[in-house]
Write a protein of this length. Structure first.
Length: 226
């Protein structure tokens, strides 16, 4: 096991004990319950099977090939959250100012929220699962891995809602449900067996729902940075 990356104000706990405060390396291959908190700096966990909480006030959160026995909480006030190869029963991922990017993700339920930033989720869906993704100012993209189905409720006030998957359209909200919102900015439909629920909201930004590429979004992310 290596130490947790955080500044002097941070704390790493492993089964209730404080570990390796202030070291510059990512936390790797911890076998017990892991919680990492930092006031300033990047928090990073790699190859840990029981991540419970990762939090920083000013900095990024990075998770690679990790899992959680129940709900994994990852949050930052000023920074982004990026996860690859993450498995958990539930996810709570929050940023006030920063992007949320999750690739190759598997969970039964998820709440992803940012106030000012884009959100990209690439992962599978569980039957009976609930996935809520929101940004106040930013684009939201959901890319499905596998053959799951879902009921979709997608809304944007200043932007467009696009589905790259064939939807069976449900009853749409009445015009004027939200004053000034065009009807096609609030879409409800079903894909596949509709066994999961996907709720996507942004106030200022586009919403896109599609299928993941074979590389789980790597090429798409690189293009977005160009």
């Amino acid at each position: 096991m290596q130490g947790g990356r955080q500044d002097v104000g941070g704390e790493v706990s492993h089964d209730g004990e404080k570990l390796n405060q202030g070291r510059p390396d990512p936390v790797a291959k911890v076998r017990g319950d892991l919680q990492v908190e930092s006031t300033s700096g990047t928090v990073e966990a790699t190859g840990t099977p029981r991540v419970l909480r990762l939090k920083t006030i000013s900095g990024d959160v990075r998770i690679t090939d990790a899992s959680a026995p129940d709900v994994l909480s990852a949050s930052t006030v000023s920074g982004s959250v990026e996860a690859r190869g993450l498995k958990a029963r539930g996810l709570e991922v929050v940023s006030v100012s920063g992007d949320l990017v999750l690739f190759n993700t598997a969970c039964d339920r998820a709440q992803l929220r940012t106030v000012n930033g884009n959100v990209q989720y690439v992962g599978s869906m569980s039957k009976g699962g609930r996935y809520e993704i929101s940004s106040h100012s930013g684009d939201v993209r959901f890319e499905l891995v596998g053959n799951g189905g879902f009921e979709l409720s997608a809304r944007t006030f200043n932007g467009e809602v696009n589905s790259e998957l064939p939807l069976v359209m449900g009853k749409q909200p009445d015009e004027g449900d939200i004053p000034g919102m065009p009807k096609n900015h609030d879409i409800r439909g079903t894909y596949g067996d509709g066994s999961a629920l996907l709720i996507v909201k942004t106030f200022s930004g586009d919403v896109t729902v599609g299928r993941a590429e074979a590389d789980n979004g790597k090429d798409r992310k690189d293009k977005r940075k160009d």
